[in-house]
Ligand binder design. Sequence first.
Ligand code: ADP
Ligand code: ZN
Length: 740
Amino acid sequence: MDNTESTPIDSASSGFSSEILLSPLLQYWGYRDFRPLQREAMTLVMHDQDSLVVLPTGGGKSLCYQVPAMCRNGLALVVSPLISLMKDQVDSLRSVGIPAACINSMQTNRDKLEVARQIRQHELKLLYIAPERLVQDKTIDFLRDAGVSFVAIDEAHCISQWGHDFRPEYRQLSRLRDAFPGISVHGYTATATEMVRQDIAAQLQLRNPQILVGSFDRPNLSYRVERRSDAIGQIQRILNRHKDESGVIYCISRRNVETTSTALNRLGFRTLPYHAGMADGDRKRSQESFIDETVQIIVATVAFGMGIDKSNVRFVIHAEMPRSLENYQQESGRAGRDGLEAECTLLYSAGDVDTWEYLMKDIEDPAVYAVSRESLLSMQGYCINTVCRHQQLVRHFGQTLEHTNCGACDICLQEMQPVTDSLIMGQKILSCVVRQGQRFGASYTAQVLRGSKGKRIVENGHDRLSTWGLLKDEPEPQIRNWIDQLLSQGFLRQTGEYNCLEVTDTGRRLLKGELIPALLRARDGVAAQTTDDLWSGVDRPLFEELRGLRTRLSVQKQVPPYIIFSDATLRDLARQRPTRPDGLNQVYGIGRQKVDEYGTVLLFTIRQWCEQHNLPGDVSAEAFMPQTIRRKPSARPTDNLAAATPYFDLFEQGLTIEEVCLQLDRSAGTVSQYLEKYIRVHQIDNIDRWVKPAIRERILQAIGQIGNERLKPLFEFLNSEVSYDDLRIVSALWDIKHSQ
Ligand code: ADP
Ligand code: ZN
């Protein structure tokens, strides 16, 4: 995938070399190279070229304007929506030795006067300010003589009412253009939708803006979906994997926040609740305890998160399904901002959809209602599909990952195993639906299959059906999960107010044995096996020791622990174990200021530790892995040839998708992804074996009209009547025909 939507300007043309950006990066932050698109984004600022930069959470947006601010003369203005965010950023800039300040309504007059003095004396490099304050006449007048270098707008989506966090005060920012003519404006956001991007550019009146869009994938996060059966038990198992690590548990309702937090505390965990119904003071205390790490676990509603920059969140659990994939991306995205591995698990139950539908019923505007419902269904799709979770997430945002195994989701890690005889399993379930007269929902069906003597079942005489108790050895959540899988593969559909199950035409072919479903079974007791590489060479007990030191320093300095050192820095210290001052310069995330401030105590602690534990110090940095997980960007299909070979062979032999599924025990989704690759790699121009000609023509026509950059609009354009698999395959055909 191409990382940029438009080509960044040629920095060489005006005598500027982006190499000069590397010097502050190392000197202040202790980082040796750029994250993807940072160099390009910084170059745009250096050239006064208006820009909008879209990177996911943790992608390193702040540095995109902070580094240029250090390379340019004058004062950079940064607009930020929340006081807590401003404070965090200013703390963290100061901690690396950069003169920065903020102006906000919580400051005392004395503080404000001091900041004004610093501005007049040209002592500051960055000034954080709330939008409503920036656009006041007196602020503008005052800043006119301050030598403003450029304006950066953080969380720029707040200006758009299509975004998920519209803030009317951002709208006033359109005044900036007149107030500071000739000064470039740069927006930064993690929001992925095209409509919001265009809106931001228009509202900010950006001039011929360069829009940079990064990959939305977060390779360091592992994603899992579990059907919710015993929520507290399931959460407990995850918490046990993260002793003493920070994490967030999201619930839909305030009541659930309270009950979950209480239940976990009874089990011996220390958690605090957070929701909008709590008294301000209590809520603030919860948040602060989480930030300064006196409490590691927060149980919260969606109210929690915005304004929290804590970089070392190691897990995010959704005890219930959020209402959209945008929300899920935002909330789960709070994990692993430091680039280290983190775990995101979603506990799903079909009832969550009902809860959201109930909550949505008051939406009056039919257009808004339609969009909300569609978002809800995409979210549900994520929960029940058997396609790589990373892939599903980026696809939702209009991108694709080239690799076929992410190595970091329940599907790719095969925590779900193919059911040995999935045809028979599918037939058992579908015939039960038929025998019940297609008038009952998924839960009920699962209970009949399990052989329940429930009152309704007996009253309906369904305990006398031949399908009653057919799956008595399977746990009910597992049966429910199979029903979901059959729904998502189109063998069943839900109808009516009560979501009664009905067998589709495709389902009838399954009953006749003509089609085979791909059913997966959750494997028992799988440990969350995520990338251990980022621990390689790290002396864990020393890491813990350094963590203790960080907590003490944080209390002393009154800044959050993650501002003193990130977890990645602590790991690198515990890996390289420097005992001499020059060794500190090699450590990830330690710049000059940190050496001056903490060098002595670090070296002392490490030296002592190494002596006491007979551990070698000063281990070379060369031997180790990079500090963050980076999947190779967009490996070309041929790069994965080894994995693809068995698929390609079978396609070559003329097998259909269903047949390949059967041969290789893979889901139709996976097989069709390989098929798409096969078609592209081998430039296959006849796809009749896999897609009916009539459907092919319909899709080709649609692509002719609206293009094939994204599949979702195509899917909608075709009234959801063709499958994504068909779309993908025909889309590949189109590309081949048009590249010849
Ligand atoms: P965002 O605002 O996009 O969510 P941040 O700017 O908070 O992301 O950056 C996330 C983390 O990555 C921070 O800890 C930051 O210091 C770190 N980071 C940013 N750029 C780099 C880089 N080039 N090399 C290493 N770490 C980086
Ligand atoms: Zn995956």
